[in-house]
Design a protein around this ligand. Sequence first.
Ligand code: HEC
Length: 124
Amino acid sequence: MSERGPRRGLRLLRLALLAAALPAAATLIVTSAGAADDAAQLAAGKALFVGGAMPPCALCHTLKDAGTSGAVGPVLDELQPDAARVATALRTGIGAMPSYKATLKEEQILALARYVAKASGGAN
Ligand code: HEC
């Protein structure tokens, strides 16, 4: 028995709906993968801050989110540096703070920069 118009139309409609829904689903998947990356980067940054970097940022800086109370450098919760400012300080060093260019990989510098900016309330 051959299919009649209305049935076929319904099937086409279903296909069209599916096709319309796919990009939205793909976007959702990509977005949540991005969120996971983000969380992983922030966690890596925090670990470096409290002890992974050498010398540890914690030694000299207070940052509430990290639970540190160093008092050699500025209180980061008050300074609220954005990520670019943190990254620059890490690459070049500033005042009594050493450069981390030789001891941290670029991705570690970026993770620290994102973490400090976010945790201190500075912009991304
Ligand atoms: C030996 C102590 C010391 C350590 C360790 C240290 N800092 Fe600093 N930091 C300082 C001092 C001192 C300043 C202020 C320098 C100045 O303005 O002359 C500073 C400044 C900063 C600034 C502000 C930069 C600016 O543009 O004003 C940021 C952001 C920062 N530190 C982040 C970090 C991070 C992240 C780490 C760990 C990777 C770290 N610091 C490790 C002492 C330290």
